[in-house]
Design a protein around this ligand. Structure first.
Ligand SMILES: *[C@@H]1O[C@H](CO)[C@@H](O)[C@H](O)[C@H]1NC(C)=O
Ligand SMILES: *[C@@H]1O[C@H](CO)[C@@H](O)[C@H](O)[C@H]1NC(C)=O
Length: 327
């Protein structure tokens, strides 16, 4: 019965989307994180987004530390230290920072698992309305209170994100897990201090001189796999790089974030948070890492990632001729 009702409701949405011109014009806005336009329906709402339903290389995923594959050929990731300016937008679905269109000095992302130079384009901010919800990717089943995703497109092969997202090796996504802490990331403050300017859907605020390099946690270690954008159309052209250390946000900053709304001042609807797509099946993909097995336990701030210490794949065994030599 419920299914029939849902089907009828969906048919209604589709009819509305197809036949009411004003709605068709804003087709791209017809998705949410819950209800009949939620993640399970993204692929049905818009025929341009079939991968959201049918794709086998989708994101986010749960990263299982003991299944990571150490790849000695992975290089350090490079992000230009040049600062960017742009605007932070409350889209009603999520919080996005978009770099100014007329930017002259683009921030390049290269190295790591990337075979091309990518141009930074936007940041998506995912967070929960409570601390146990927030991140899209999970590490060993653990959900962080937030996840900040830096997206760029392959600037050697393509002109812009909309072209690149359909094409091979089109997109890079760098994922920063966000944890609550007393020594917050100072660069993150540049963003968090503007949250009260984007309380409602459709509002935006300029952000100047943001250094993406400074936003990154202090680590060269990462995990990488081939996946998709975690928002529609779920483009399976995304190389994901998940850095192996969280960045920190204060409780106060997180509270400010939780005041944001999906709707307008007159009709705020619901809080904007919990904007996470559910986990997607791995479908036999490999998650590679440049994290080397280490014996000694170091001072760790991030309990959920501590399993890196027990990582054993591909460790060198001098008695086994097939064992790879350590670098
Ligand atoms: C990014 O790469 C392009 C092309 O090589 C270059 O023109 C630009 O200056 C680079 N950006 C920075 C900030 O170095
Ligand atoms: C992206 O680049 C393509 C190919 O050059 C062009 O046709 C399209 O208009 C561009 N889109 C945007 C949004 O700039």
């Amino acid at each position: 019965m419920q299914r029939v009702l849902l089907g009828a409701a969906l048919a209604f949405v589709l009819a509305a989307v197809l036949f009411v011109p004003e709605i068709r014009a804003s087709w791209e806005e017809w998705w949410t994180y819950d209800g009949i336009s939620g993640p399970g329906f993204w692929g049905l709402i818009n025929p341009q987004w079939p991968l959201c339903t049918k794709g086998h290389r989708q994101s986010p995923i749960n990263v299982e530390p003991e299944k990571l594959l150490y790849d000695p050929y992975l290089r350090p990731l490079h992000v230009d230290k040049h600062k960017v300016s742009g605007s932070l937008h409350n889209t009603g679905q999520t919080l996005v920072f978009r770099v100014d269109k007329d930017t002259k000095h683009h921030v390049n992302i290269s190295g790591g698992p990337l075979a091309y130079r990518y141009q930074f384009e936007e940041i998506y901010i995912h967070y929960g309305t409570e601390n146990s919800l927030g991140s899209e990717h999970r590490i060993h089943g653990y959900t962080f209170p937030g996840e900040i995703q830096l997206y760029g497109f392959n600037a050697e092969l393509y002109h812009n994100m909309s072209e690149a997202q359909h094409k091979s090796q089109g997109i890079v996504g760098i994922s920063l897990m966000v944890q609550i802490g007393n020594t917050p990331n100072p660069e993150l403050r540049i963003i968090t201090s503007t949250f009260n300017q984007v309380l409602y859907k459709g509002t935006s605020t300029p952000i100047r001189h943001l250094s993406l390099r400074s936003l990154l946690p202090d680590t060269e270690q990462y995990m990488t796999y081939e996946g998709s954008t975690t928002h529609p159309g779920c483009w399976e052209t995304t190389v994901w790089i998940i850095l192996n250390k969280p960045i920190y946000i204060t409780k106060q900053e997180l509270y400010a974030l939780r005041k944001l709304n999906q709707g307008s001042a007159e009709m705020p609807k619901a809080p904007l948070g919990n904007n996470a797509r559910p986990l997607q099946p791995l479908h036999h993909r490999t998650v590679r890492t440049n994290i080397k097995f280490r014996w000694q336990e170091s001072a760790k701030k991030c309990p959920s990632m501590h399993r890196e210490m027990y990582y054993k794949a591909n460790t060198w065994n001098p008695n086994d001729p097939d064992s790879p030599y350590p670098v």
